[in-house]
Design a protein around this ligand. Structure first.
Ligand code: NAD
Ligand code: ZN
Length: 347
């Protein structure tokens, strides 16, 4: 089969490799589509190799069951679905509580095995997946469904974890309207009666935010924090979701979250919000009661929520499709900020 593999730092190659063998608890999925996340671009840009073997990238996978492992009950060939990206143990205390994204087996860094970032991923014709990671998608288009696995799952988790602040009339800010951010706006629109403020450095991304349901759009510059405070009578936004995570966006989030508000770090730009433990109001301090969560992926239940919203027609990732062989072009366009929504590879 064809697989798009990371073969050396920064090097992507379309290679012919054997169709994966499956174990008794696995499924073999015929890939219908695989999304490209900014995290893939980050991995591609690392100056070292994550594994000695060539690695098939791709953690946003949708496809059809081709073969079912001997011990798997309740799944049949021909079913269509999307793959839950936390390949967690399923039996530890956190998994049993539904917090599979911080599975104990993953240790303190808590990143359970993720396809395309350890085990081979979905930028290929077939992928092996643990059976419990398969979530049915009905008749959803594969290319639309694939981004649900991360670009919807991750914002859904961040939003679900901030629901106590998202009351009708509250203000929610989404910073960075790329793959994750544009779906976040749709999720907020579909599941809350908040006023949604979208922030991006690019005007076309703000147009996309409007189309996804944002009430207010702001170009990110030195005045953005003041604009958000103005819009909220100086109090700040009840929830701020940062899908960029660089110094400027982290500082913007800390400077605009309301008392008791929810600041959610999602983007992995390595930024430092510069928060100190001084009294509220001191420069660089959070207002009283504000919470910060470093949000990783989501739970299986967050993915089921995401699929349900997509099936109801309330969430629909914007996609730009590329042939699997054209992955490099898709990555280059993503890095240039030229993708509207999510780039998706079709094998
Ligand atoms: P993307 O490239 O599709 O979108 C990024 C968006 O941010 C673009 O629209 C860009 O114009 C905008 N942007 C860049 N700098 C900005 C700034 N200073 N202010 C406002 N907007 C700015 O990326 P993506 O795939 O949506 O991923 C977003 C981030 O989330 C990445 O860092 C990625 O690694 C991370 N991520 C985290 C998790 C998690 O579990 N925490 C999961 C998936 C992705
Ligand atoms: Zn991702």
């Amino acid at each position: 089969m064809r697989a798009m593999q990371l073969t050396a730092p920064g090097t992507l190659e379309l290679r012919t490799v054997p169709v994966p063998e499956i174990g008794p608890g696995d499924l073999l999925l015929r890939v219908g589509a695989a999304g490209i996340c900014h995290s893939d671009s980050y991995v591609l840009g690392l100056p070292f190799q994550m594994s000695e073997q060539p690695l098939t990238l791709g953690h946003e996978i949708a496809g059809t069951i081709e073969a079912v492992g001997a011990d798997v009950a309740g799944r049949t060939a021909g079913e269509r679905g999307v793959v839950y990206l936390c390949w967690s143990c399923g039996t530890c205390r956190e998994c049993l509580r539904g917090n599979e994204n911080v599975c104990l087996a993953a240790g303190r860094t808590a990143m359970p095995p993720c396809p395309g970032l350890g085990p081979d991923g979905g930028m290929a014709e077939y992928v092996r997946i643990p059976a419990h990671t398969f979530v049915p998608i009905g008749e959803l288009d594969f290319a639309v469904a694939a981004p649900l696995a991360d670009a919807a799952l991750t914002p859904m988790h961040a939003v679900n974890g901030a629901r106590d602040q998202l009351w009708p009339g509250a203000t929610a800010v989404a910073i960075g309207i790329g793959g994750l951010g544009h779906v976040a706006v749709q999720i907020l629109r579909a599941t809350t009666e908040t006023r949604i403020i979208a922030v991006d450095v690019a005007a076309d991304k703000l147009e996309l935010a409007k189309a996804c349901g944002a009430d207010v759009t702001l170009l990110a510059d030195d005045d953005t924090a003041a604009a958000i405070l103005d819009l909220t009578d100086g109090r700040g936004a009840e929830a701020v979701f940062d899908f960029v995570g660089t110094d400027p966006t982290a500082k913007l989030a800390a400077a605009t979250v309301a008392p008791n508000g929810a600041y959610r770090m999602v983007g992995l730009g390595g930024g430092v919000p510069g928060i100190d433990a001084g009294p509220a109001g001191a420069p660089g301090s959070l207002p009283w009661g504000a919470t910060v969560r470093k949000s990783y992926g989501g739970t299986r239940s967050d993915l089921v929520d995401s699929v349900a919203l997509a099936l109801a027609g309330k969430v629909r990732p914007e996609i730009e499709c590329f042939d699997l062989a054209d992955a490099r072009t898709a990555f280059d366009r993503l890095d240039a900020g030229a993708i509207r929504g999510r780039a998706v590879l079709v094998p």
